[in-house]
Design a protein around this ligand. Structure first.
Ligand code: ADP
Ligand code: MG
Length: 224
C-alpha cells in the first residue's frame, strides 16, 4: 500500500580472479513507509551488500531497486550522490566519525556539503545532538567519547539532512549489550516519533527483536 522500497530479483556478483562469488542471488523484498525492519543472517550471507545497494553505495548486476517510486538504476553518479545525501542516513558498526572534528563539527559536516549557512548549521546540529542525548558532549572529539556516545553522534549525523530512510549496518556490533540496547531504543523511538523507515542489518537476534519485522537472509537469498 504505502510501499517505500521495492527490491526485485537483485543479483550482485563479485569476481575474485578465477572465483565468482554470488553475494546476492535473486533477492526481492518490499518495505512499507515507517517500517522498522531488521535483516538477519550469518556472516557472509549478503546483508551488507544488500544494504549498500539500497543505499546507492554500489552497483549491481541485475534486478531492480525502486525507492519512493524512483528507479535508482536509472540515476547517474550526481543523481545518486544527491539520492544518498537527501534520502538516506547511514549508520555503521564502526561509527565512521572524523577523529579530528568535534561531535558538533561531525554532525554539521553534511550541511557544509549542501551549502547551508553556518548559523543554520550550528542550530540544527545542536538541536539534533540534544535529541540523541548528547547536549553535554558537543565539543568532544571521538576519542573523548564512549562507543555509545560515538554511535549517537553518528546517528545525529545520519539525521541532519532529514532523510526518510535510515540504513544501519550492525550499528550495535561494537557495543556492549547494555549500550547496544540503548542505541536500539533510540532507533525505535526515532522510528515511532518521526515515522522514519529503518532497515537494520544484524546477526544478533536480541537486537533484531526491536524491529517490526525480521527478514532472514542466507547465502544471498531471502529465506524467511
Ligand atoms: N568487495 C568484495 N569483493 C569480493 N567479494 C565480496 C566483496 N564484498 C563482499 N563479498 C562477498 O560477498 C558475500 C556477502 O558479503 P557481505 O554482504 O559483506 O555479507 P554480510 O554483511 O552478511 O557478512 C561474502 O561471501 C563476501 O565474501
Ligand atoms: Mg556485513
Amino acid at each position: 500500500m504505502n510501499q517505500v522500497i521495492a527490491v526485485t530479483d537483485l543479483v550482485r556478483k563479485y569476481s575474485l580472479g578465477e572465483v565468482l562469488v554470488i553475494a546476492l542471488n535473486g533477492v526481492s523484498i518490499s518495505i512499507e513507509r515507517g517500517e522498522f525492519v531488521s535483516i538477519m543472517g550469518a556472516s557472509g550471507s549478503g546483508k551488507s551488500t544488500l544494504l549498500n545497494l539500497i543505499g546507492g553505495l554500489d552497483r549491481f548486476d541485475s534486478g531492480k531497486i525502486m525507492v519512493d517510486g524512483l528507479d535508482i538504476t536509472s540515476l547517474d553518479e550526481n543523481q545518486l550522490a544527491k539520492y544518498r545525501r537527501e534520502k538516506i542516513g547511514f549508520i555503521f558498526q564502526s561509527y565512521n566519525l572524523i577523529p579530528t572534528l568535534t561531535a558538533l563539527q561531525n554532525v554539521e559536516l553534511p550541511l557544509v556539503f549542501s551549502g547551508t549557512p553556518k548559523k543554520d548549521r550550528l542550530l540544527r546540529a545542536e538541536d539534533i545532538l540534544r535529541t540523541v542525548g548528547l547536549e553535554k558532549r558537543m565539543g568532544h572529539r571521538p576519542t573523548e567519547m564512549s562507543g555509545g556516545e560515538q554511535q549517537r553522534v553518528a546517528i545525529a549525523r545520519a539525521l541532519i539532512n532529514k532523510p526518510s530512510i535510515i540504513l544501519g549496518d550492525e550499528p550495535t556490533g561494537n557495543l556492549d549489550s547494555k549500550t547496544g540496547e540503548e542505541i536500539m531504543e533510540l532507533l525505535t523511538w526515532l522510528n515511532k516519533k518521526d515515522g522514519l523507515t529503518i532497515i537494520m542489518v544484524t546477526h544478533d537476534p536480541e537486537k533484531a527483536r526491536y524491529a517490526d519485522r525480521v527478514i532472514q537472509i542466507k547465502d544471498g537469498r531471502i529465506v524467511g
